[in-house]
Design a protein around this ligand. Structure first.
Ligand SMILES: Nc1ncnc2c1ncn2[C@@H]1O[C@H](COP(=O)(O)OP(=O)(O)OP(=O)(O)O)[C@@H](O)[C@H]1O
Ligand SMILES: O=P(O)(O)OC[C@H]1O[C@H](OP(=O)(O)OP(=O)(O)O)[C@H](O)[C@@H]1O
Ligand SMILES: [Mg+2]
Length: 285
């Protein structure tokens, strides 16, 4: 029986979240210990530990069937691959930045100037779309140092918290793209591999949905059930169970974590009490 070959970053920012995601999908993975190719014992998956920056090419060549990779690299390398799921971790943006004392608010500042980056293609496409001509210096890391050593007037690099920019006396002047980790797939998978990918995607989607949702239980006087139910955004309708105390019920439902904080005051004013919010492990709809 064939196995689906999945490329995972060997070490770096994507590695542990990628492995955690597979584990949450019930797939056992040994962490290599120097072996760059390992098989999952309980799912038809072979894990290849690779450099993030090499992954798009391996996908296009069919060396790997699927991969967990930074979306920004797929944009940069423009390979013939498909994004199957967005995974919600390693969120960042690819941005333009300049020394903080410079009076610039957008890409036009770079006209006729030098920009250092590890993402030359992304940068070139963006500058072109803005009608800006600049000289691009490609460097593979420590991009934020470039203006301080006279290598460039500004940079284009990954920003997340902004603390690297701040520590190097730079400020962000434009966001070129937003990125997160994605599950990407090679094109033209065999039907057998496509079917394994479908099973994997089903599990991943169930895990991701559960991560964003909470199970909520609350006690409500019976005459307030309708009012409270209207506030709760529910999958279908809430489960209502009688409490031992006459005239009261327990309402059970599922709510997105963010929505919970928005409706909590309304729920209390509508008469809800003893509100419990608990994590969900998997969610199949
Ligand atoms: N500071 C950050 N915060 C959040 N996500 C980030 C950050 N820096 C990078 N990323 C995302 O994580 C991915 C992996 O980044 P990381 O620095 O671990 O590897 P890399 O330098 O791209 O690759 P390689 O494995 O080839 O050495 C990037 O492609 C990007 O999508
Ligand atoms: O906005 P921040 O939260 O400060 O994150 C941004 C920094 O993170 C990344 O570097 P990383 O730490 O991955 O180092 P690398 O250049 O060795 O990949 C990126 O290249 C920036 O330098
Ligand atoms: Mg990095």
């Amino acid at each position: 029986m064939s196995k689906l070959k999945i490329a995972i970053q060997k070490s770096g920012r994507l590695n542990s979240d990628s492995l955690k995601l597979l584990e949450s999908c019930g797939i056992k993975v040994e962490n290599g210990e120097g072996r760059l190719k390992v098989s999952a014992p309980n799912f038809p998956l072979e894990i290849l530990y690779l450099r993030n920056s090499d992954i798009p090419q391996y996908l296009e060549d069919g060396v790997a069937d699927v991969a967990i990779v930074g979306e920004n690299l797929l944009v940069e390398q423009e390979k013939q691959v498909d994004v199957v799921s967005r995974l919600g971790f390693s969120r960042c943006r690819v941005s333009l930045a300049v020394p903080k004392e410079v009076d610039a608010t957008d890409a036009s500042y770079f006209e006729g100037r030098k920009v250092a980056t590890s993402y030359p293609n992304t940068l070139q496409n963006y500058l072109q779309s803005q009608g800006v001509n600049a000289e691009i210096h490609t460097i593979s890391g420590s991009v934020e140092i470039a203006p301080n050593i006279g290598l460039a007037d500004g940079i284009c690099d990954i920003v997340s918290t902004g603390s690297t920019l701040f520590s190097n006396g730079l400020k962000e002047v434009g966001v070129i793209l937003k990125s997160e980790a994605v599950l990407a797939s090679a094109r033209n998978l065999s039907p057998e591999k496509q079917s394994i990918l479908n099973q994997l995607t089903f599990r991943i989607e169930s895990v991701l949905r559960a991560r964003n949702s909470k199970y909520i239980l609350l006690n409500v006087p019976n005459e307030r059930i309708d009012e409270v139910t209207k506030i709760l955004p529910v999958l279908k309708s809430p489960t209502v169970l009688p409490l031992a105390e006459p005239g009261w019920s327990s309402l059970h439902s599922v709510i997105e974590e963010e929505r919970f904080w928005n409706v909590i005051d309304e729920l209390k004013s509508a008469g809800a009490e003893g509100i419990l919010v608990v994590p969900i492990d998997k969610m199949v709809v």
